[in-house]
Design a protein around this ligand. Structure first.
Ligand code: FAD
Length: 332
């Protein structure tokens, strides 16, 4: 079938426990922009059980319409039923672009769908644009260990599919005045499609704020010296109402948990304030934090690359500067 028969931009609206994941709202922001350039509708596709009540949220964040599929078999994410339902709707409605979050679910689901519908997939994108002359989707992602950015097109097949890193795109302001249509779609799952039984879901006990959702991040690098010294970063983070994160070097050293790593192979963050303490500013680290609103860097080496992206640079020893900053904050 010809490419011109495919129309519309779709966002897979990922929900867990009836809560729409932030990355899906970010994708609606980007999807709206792409749909406007192409002059087409933005559609959110929402799968789950008993989730109708959250469909309107997707409209408030920019969707023109929501395709809603409800079934008990879609209650928790299982690869096969989700792939089957998505593939059926795509084959029937033929969107030209499909965006998914590069989350555990998105990374599992997107390649299965693309294989079933025989189209390409660009994973882990950090930028999406429409090429003016051809209307191809330009999908950009880090390549060769983050040393260059590759822009990829899918010229011959439709839909064009992409997973996008959380924290990279910007969600629109929630607007309850936005209007849209909710299309309830029949679900044709049979018991044979549900080939896995989820016996129990064990939730992570810790109630930490995710670093990609924190407004303030106090991030430590190898310059902090050792695991125990991270306590002072915890104190600074507490004073600022923030969360501690770090470079890959400190994650590899076991000084902080892996889910707190910022960078190309960690999380992409965009906080209001990013404190980089004893971090050199390797390109793979910058890839995850350079879009932060305000970057404050402390490093004893005045030519550390982190100073090239910092709004405020402090040349000095973290062990002296951080306690001094904490002391001043306590006075406020
Ligand atoms: P270093 O580069 O060792 O820097 C330590 C800094 O601390 C130095 O600038 C030093 O001047 C300063 N310092 C030392 N003592 C003090 C002191 N007392 N006071 C003040 N400053 C001090 N890295 C990431 O962070 N995230 C990623 O996602 C990531 N992904 C990668 C993916 C690939 C494929 C590869 C190849 C690498 C990746 N890296 C990543 C690793 C990255 O290249 C760097 O090695 C890493 O970011 C360095 O961490 P760092 O800045 O903590 O350590």
């Amino acid at each position: 079938m010809e490419n011109k028969n495919y129309k519309g931009v779709w966002v897979f609206a990922e929900q867990r426990d009836g809560e729409i994941q932030k990355v899906s709202l970010e994708l609606l922001g980007k999807g709206k922009e792409l749909a406007e350039v192409l002059g087409v509708k933005l559609t959110a596709v929402l799968l789950g059980d008993n989730i109708k009540k959250i469909a309107n949220e997707l409209i408030y964040y920019g969707a023109d319409e929501v395709i809603l599929v409800e079934d008990k078999g879609l209650n928790l994410y299982i690869t096969e039923p989700y792939t089957k339902v998505m593939t059926e709707i795509i084959n029937e409605r033929k969107p030209e672009i499909i965006l998914l979050g590069a989350t555990a679910i998105g990374r599992d689901l997107a390649p299965r769908i693309s294989a079933r519908i025989h189209t390409g997939l660009t994973a882990d994108c950090t930028s999406l644009e429409i090429e003016e002359e051809t209307n191809h989707l330009l999908m950009t992602r880090p390549a060769f260990g983050g040393n260059l950015l590759a822009t990829i097109i899918c010229p011959d097949h439709r839909p064009q599919m992409s997973t996008v890193r959380p924290g990279v795109m910007i969600k629109l302001e929630r607007d309850e005045n936005r209007k849209g249509e909710i299309i309830e779609y029949p679900c044709n799952l049979t018991p044979e499609d549900i080939n896995i039984e989820i016996v129990e879901v064990v939730k992570e006990k810790k109630e930490k704020i995710k670093i990609e959702e924190a407004e303030v991040l106090v991030s430590g690098g190898r310059g902090i010296g050792n695991k125990e010294n991270f306590n002072v970063l915890e104190i600074l983070a507490k004073e600022l109402g923030g969360v501690v994160s770090g470079s890959r070097a400190v994650v590899d050293a076991g000084w902080i948990e892996r889910d707190r790593q910022v960078g190309q192979t960690g999380k992409t963050v965009r906080p209001n304030l990013y404190f980089a303490c004893g971090i050199s500013g390797a390109i793979q680290h910058l890839a995850g934090m350079e879009e932060s609103d305000l970057i404050v860097a402390i490093n004893k080496n005045d030519s550390a690359p982190i100073f090239e992206v910092a709004d405020v640079g402090i040349v000095g020893d973290v062990h002296k500067i951080i306690p001094a900053v904490v002391e001043e904050l306590k006075k406020i």
